[in-house]
Design a protein around this ligand. Structure first.
Ligand code: HAX
Length: 435
């Protein structure tokens, strides 16, 4: 057993009695009531999921295992010559709640290299798909195609104790995660770079190898590390995380679950918003003949979007009530590395102009930018101008959090999900407007 897996097992054994005690002795204690608005409105704010891997405060933003984004970046071991940590160290942190040492991190780096071999049939499958297929469809299909490799399914069919479910889930999750950068970069080079895939470099870490396979030099390796860590986890209730948790709760394996979650991430109200931000921005700049707009022109374009019944992509959030610290982290990167880049200037201008407009419109509960408002400009600057690829990058990052979560779901024996439905008649009865 690898040192990470052993450490995880220690943590699982220490944690299990807490969950068992809560369920057995305090199962009747209420943590939430549900209103009609919540039943109709996407269960917003209903407290019915449990995770210890990250927590989202509406005003502070995300904490990974108790640490804010700057604290996480500071604490985790850095890749030599880089300003950002090993993605593998973040995986260790999310799984165990402990910051790994450099040695512990390097062990995971080595483990991932062993696991990163993508079966040939995945490439064959991708090549049979029409080239204009959306890259998220390709990404999700590649993940699903590997389901035949599931260790969980094999062990389940052999007959395995519930107490052991986490173990093959760990194997599947690790195999999958290690392969994702290879698959993502392959899709990119096949689809957008004249079908010129670049082989992995066994000397490199997760982020470094991704940049290498994308064919983009330093500091894009740091962009990749930053990006994957920032997008990794955002509690369990967002569409991608919740979908993965839900599907895995039926004891579907990590391949089925992650593929489903990636499909949820592909919606424009969720991860696809990063593509939409760039699509909106480019269409707007095209209209102006590539010029930066004046504040008035920008205000007009934002109102046009709102008045035509569309959302401003990259703004608003179901939980957050302030600027997303994931936005801020990327903005700080831009201020340091591309302060004078015209597209960054436009994105900054949108940041200045949009919140007061959304406030004036009075609909969005949160007028501030989310992670997706800032991520595209960084990619664009480093040459990834094919913006329909951006959500795949999000997907590689998101996999880190959701896969860590489903290992813990199996370790703690979380039940198959099955909330209860009501009819409209029942709601009207509850409201006292129907007998
Ligand atoms: N532009 C225009 N209107 C917006 C808005 C925005 N950016 N954000 C919210 N609203 C509107 C909603 O559409 C809703 O309108 P209706 O009453 O007509 O239905 C109203 O304001 C209230 O919505 P809310 O309670 O503030 O927001 P929700 O929790 O329902 O939805 C969303 C949260 C993120 C989906 C929403 O803010 C939105 O559509 N934003 C734009 C798309 C986006 O950036 N998505 C990415 C979010 C982050 C993420 O998941 N990344 O993956």
């Amino acid at each position: 057993m690898s040192a990470l897996k052993e450490k995880l097992f220690e943590k699982i054994e220490a944690h299990r009695p807490r969950t068992t005690r809560l369920a057995k002795e305090f199962g009747d204690v209420k943590v939430s009531d549900v209103t009609i608005a919540q039943a109709i409105g996407g269960a917003r704010g209903v407290k019915c999921l449990v995770t210890d891997i990250s927590y989202l405060d509406p005003f502070e933003g995300i904490r990974f295992r108790g640490m804010t984004i700057p604290e996480t970046f500071k604490a985790l071991p850095k890749v030599p010559g880089s300003e950002y940590p090993y993605v593998e160290a973040h995986w260790y942190l999310l799984l165990t709640g402990e910051v790994p040492t450099k040695e512990q991190t390097l062990e995971v780096v080595e483990e991932f290299k062993e696991r990163a071999k993508v079966p040939q049939y995945v490439y064959d499958l991708l090549r049979t798909m029409p080239r204009d297929t959306h890259p998220m469809t390709m990404f999700s299909s590649a993940i699903l195609a590997m389901q035949r490799e599931s260790v969980f399914v094999k062990r389940y069919q052999e007959g395995m104790s519930k107490m052991d479910y986490w173990d093959p889930m760990y194997e599947d999750a690790s195999n999958l995660l290690a392969r994702l950068p290879v698959i993502a970069a392959y899709i990119y080079r096949m689809k957008y770079r004249s079908d010129t895939p670049i082989a992995a470099d066994p000397k490199l870490d997760f982020g470094g190898n991704f940049a290498h396979m994308m064919g983009i030099p330093h500091p894009y390796d740091d962009v990749a590390r930053m990006y994957f860590i920032l997008h990794s986890d955002h509690e369990s209730g967002n569409v991608s995380a919740h979908t993965v948790h839900l599907v895995a709760s039926a004891l579907s394996d990590a391949y089925y679950a992650l593929s489903a979650g990636i499909n949820g991430l592909a919606g424009p109200l969720h991860g696809l918003a990063n593509q939409e931000v760039l699509r909106w921005t480019q269409a707007f700049m095209d209209k102006l003949g590539g010029q930066l707009p004046t504040k008035e022109q920008l205000e007009e374009a934002l109102w046009d979007t709102l008045n035509s019944g569309q959302v401003i992509p990259g703004y608003g959030h179901a939980v957050l009530r302030k600027t997303d610290p994931r936005y801020t982290a990327q903005r700080e990167f831009c201020l340091k590395n591309l302060p004078d880049y015209p597209l960054f200037k436009l994105i900054s201008m949108i940041y200045e102009v949009t919140p007061p407009i959304l406030e004036k419109q009075g609909k969005a509960k949160n007028p501030w930018p989310n992670v997706d408002a800032q991520s595209g400009v960084v990619q664009w600057y480093y040459g990834v101008t094919d913006y329909d690829f951006y959500t795949v990058l999000f997907g590689v990052g998101r996999a880190i959090g959701v896969l860590a979560n489903i290992i813990w779901d199996r370790a703690l024996g979380y039940a198959i999900e099955r909330p209860k439905s009501l009819t409209t008649d029942m709601l009207e009865e509850a409201a006292g407007i129907k007998k």
